[in-house]
Each structure stands twice: as C-alpha cells, then as structure tokens.
Write a protein that binds this ligand. Sequence first.
Ligand SMILES: [Zn+2]
Ligand SMILES: [Zn+2]
Length: 275
Amino acid sequence: MQIVLHGARGSTAAPGADFLRVGGNTSCVAITPQGYEAPTLLLDAGSGLSSVSRVLDGAAYRGDILLTHLHWDHVQGLPFFRAGDRDDAEVRLMLPAQCEASPDRPGSAAELLARAMSPPHFPIGPDGLRGNWTFDAIDAGSFTAGGCTVTAVEVPHKGGRTFGFRIEADGASLAYLPDHHPALSYAPGLKLAQGVDVLCHGGMFADSERAIAHAYGHATLGETHRLAREAGVGRLVLIHHAPSRTDDEVDALARQLPTDQLPVEIGREGDVVLG
Ligand SMILES: [Zn+2]
Ligand SMILES: [Zn+2]
C-alpha cells in the first residue's frame, strides 16, 4: 500500500513562509492499497483533506474515512472536500462511538458531527454534503475498510473518546497515533504499534514541555521514542507538529532524539511514508 501525508500539523493550521517545509495543514493521511488507482482510505479529515481532491484530479472520492476523534483539527477539512462533496461521491465516514452516538443508533454519528458542523457555526451540516455519505459510530475492534485490515483501539487523549488505528495491507503495516497520551495508559498504544513497519505518532512537545503536553493529553518526544522502541517499529515518523513551531524549530526538536536505535523522520505534508 501507498501511504501519503496530506496534513502533518496539529491543533490548528499554520500558514506562512516559516512553515512551508513541514506544511501547515492539519491531520490527514491517504492510503492506496495495491491494485487501486486512487486512495480508498483516509485517516482523519483535517484541512489536509483538501489536497486529496487534487490527487484525485477531477474524480470523485469513493472510499472510507476513519476519524481518530472529533477535535477540530481532525474534522475541519470535511466541508471543503471537493472530491467528496459531489453527486457521484461514495463515502463511509466512521468515528469513535461516544456521547449519544452509538453503533445501534443510525444517524447518531451525523448528529454528533453536526454539533460542530451546522448553522450557526457553519452554513451546512454533514447531511448537506452532496453524494452518498454514510456516518457510522464504531466501537474498537478489527474490521475491513478501504481494502485494508483496520484495528481500532481506544487510546488516552483529552476531551472525547479517541482511537488509534493499525492499518495492514499488502504485507505492510502502519500504526497511526496523532493524538495520544501514553503516560496515562501505556499498554493500548504499545500493543497497537507492536512490530509495525511505520509508526506515525504525534511529535508536538519536547520533554521540557511535559506539563503542557500532559495537560492537553499528548506525549512528549521522549515518551514517543520510548514507545516506538519498545514496540519494535521499523521507523518512527513524527506528525501533528505544534502549529507555533517553525520548520527550523521542528528540525531542532527532532534532533533531540537519538537515531542510532531507531530511524526517526519528520513527517512533512506530501511525504510518501510507505509505498
Ligand atoms: Zn489533534
Ligand atoms: Zn485531539
């Protein structure tokens, strides 16, 4: 499978010349399994979702979207997803069951999304997207999506139920944990990432910023590195970079990590991290 980062920024978009190398768009990853011409599975729907439309080059999106959680930086690209907002689009969006949204209540996932995306906060609700959209609230577990085997695990974060995803296809594997607070509960993330080829993990905070990292439900870089080593991952790709951190500052932060035990990369918008 091919895995492309379309948004590598956390919390809020970061436009401007100081942010161009890493990219300013928020969380979105596109996955294309072998045998497919275009992405069939998207992880998160941050502002990076816009560039998936450009990849599709005039075609409609037909596939699945998995949301780790409902914070703004993971959903705000939805209303601007041109390839999904057209009559011939076919999209199944899945989000973690929580609040009143549950797998046994059809329509409840769309209602939950509409808390942030509906008038007067926004001109349209989820039901205003053209095409054939379905919105499902899902529980943790294993299932197939976009031609890939997905394992969804609940992981600690702050402010709503959050999943991490393990994606397997074509003999390759990815663990995706953009927003994760392993200091609160270590085992779920460790198990999810066990032996994956690539771990894409939030890299927002230095160890010197531990207090604020934990206050917002995130890991420090040292905690992320420890998890990656103990899980025996092939490569660690840092994503969900702090919106205030310039390109040079992101580089400097990553240089704090040792690279002799494990390859560490800075995830940048447009990077093909696998395939
Ligand atoms: Zn986030
Ligand atoms: Zn979050």
